[in-house]
Ligand binder design. Structure first.
Ligand code: ZN
Ligand code: ZN
Length: 414
């Protein structure tokens, strides 16, 4: 039974870097294993969405997993909630949230509540909302909810049950404006809008009285007495990868957002120690875990984050080093993986170190395995892969290409 590993190097594709003699980090890195696989296999370029479109990692991964993001993207709210480790069921509605400072007339004084929020404050904010505000509203509306603070002033609110995503933001998006009233944008959203407006009122009342705000006032800081909501989105029903491609999939990803998307698509998450999406990630451990996982799965997805983080920092040397460390992990994988394993490597978008942001450049793609056509390209890079067998593919083609080698796809027609 053949099996496959797909490695996505987040934001790894790049543009020529002057300090690297006009090479990209992929061209400058010493990566004998990726280059050997490319020389024994075949490669090409991939437009993750379509030429020139700059994707976020969430949209890009949906495409790579085979779900057209123009059709399936549920919005930032649900994906942010997934990224925060919350489990969402189809139909649940998630909002992005900011804790903020407002005055007695509910005029926003600081949209970020001073931005830095201490761990004790986070705990108390969550307790007040989850143990006081939400139960009060549950008794009145029969709607259950959960609130979670994520990073700094940011958080997520998830409503469960009979709710609608068609409500307007309470976040006025500017300082000096009053907290907006949530409006029902469709007939079925009335109760949800009422719920949200009462949530706003209760949060203001209860957070204002919370103990941590007394301390903040004493220290001369503005109180955190509001949660501003925006970007409501409804969690979609996704046909799981297992039935779509007839595979048993697993995912190794340190970043919660990517792992959450995988879980929403029915992939089994595999935890690896010291693999959290940081520059110190243990790639040997991750590739070892991938090889192990392929003993009882036929598809393993492995996400590499720091190639993207280094790019956002403009750190081309750091990016080159990460590529080299990934390459060492990959060598280990080949030694340990079952012999009938196919390997695919690509990126979810380019993040050129000169731009420090995601761009819509095409990314390199490589396929290796026992019966994969060998082309004449011997190195894995943006420039080299432009001469490969696959020419130019799209993000949503990858899973079909993989399933085609695994022999699990149903025939189209007779
Ligand atoms: Zn990305
Ligand atoms: Zn990024």
């Amino acid at each position: 039974m053949p099996r496959a590993l797909l490695v996505v190097l987040d934001g790894c594709a790049d543009r020529p870097v002057k300090e690297l003699g006009g090479k990209t980090p992929l061209e400058a890195a010493v990566k004998p294993t990726m280059d050997r696989l490319t020389s024994e296999g075949s490669c090409g370029l991939m437009d993750v969405i379509s030429p020139g479109i700059r994707p976020g990692s969430d949209v890009a991964h949906l495409a790579i997993f085979g779900y057209d993001p123009y059709k399936y993207y549920p919005g930032r709210g649900p994906l942010e909630a997934i990224g925060a480790g919350l489990r969402l069921n189809p139909g649940d509605v998630a909002f992005r949230a900011n804790v903020a400072t407002v005055n007695d007339d509910l005029v926003v004084v600081d949209r970020r509540g001073g931005r830095y929020i201490g761990a004790d404050e986070v705990k108390e904010i969550e307790e007040v909302i989850n143990n006081e505000v939400i139960p009060t509203l549950r008794a009145k509306y029969g709607i259950d909810a959960i609130y979670k603070q994520t990073v700094e002033h940011r958080g997520v609110l998830v409503l469960k049950g009979s709710v609608s995503p068609h409500v307007s933001d309470t976040d006025p998006h500017v300082v000096g404006a009053r907290v907006a009233e949530a409006k029902a944008l469709s007939e079925d959203a009335r109760v949800t809008a009422d719920y949200i407006n009462e949530f706003t009122r209760l949060v203001h009342e209860r957070l204002g009285k919370a103990r941590f705000n007394e301390i903040r006032r004493r220290e001369g800081k503005g109180p955190i007495n509001m949660v501003l909501l925006r970007g409501a989105g409804s969690m979609r029903v996704f046909e799981p990868l297992s039935s779509r491609y007839r595979i048993r999939p697993a995912i190794i990803a340190g970043v919660a957002l990517i792992r959450g998307i995988g879980v929403a698509l029915g992939m089994e998450p595999i935890n690896v120690e010291n693999y959290v999406g940081s520059k110190d990630d243990d790639f040997n451990a991750a590739f070892h875990a991938a090889a192990e996982a392929l003993r009882n799965h036929d598809f393993v997805f492995l996400h590499v984050k720091p190639t993207d983080s280094m790019s956002h920092d403009g750190d081309f040397r750091g990016k080159t080093m990460i590529i080299e460390r990934v390459d060492a992990g990959l060598r280990r994988f080949i030694e340990e993986a079952p012999g009938d394993t196919y390997i695919f490597i690509t990126c979810d978008h380019a993040t050129p170190v000169t731009v420090k942001e995601h761009t819509g450049d095409p990314v390199p793609f490589m396929a290796w395995g026992i019966d994969v056509m060998k082309d004449d390209v011997g190195r894995f890079s943006e420039r080299d892969c432009s001469r490969g067998f696959w020419n130019r593919i799209r993000g949503i083609d990858i899973m079909n290409i993989i399933a085609n080698y695994l022999g699990t796809l149903e025939k189209f027609g007779e």
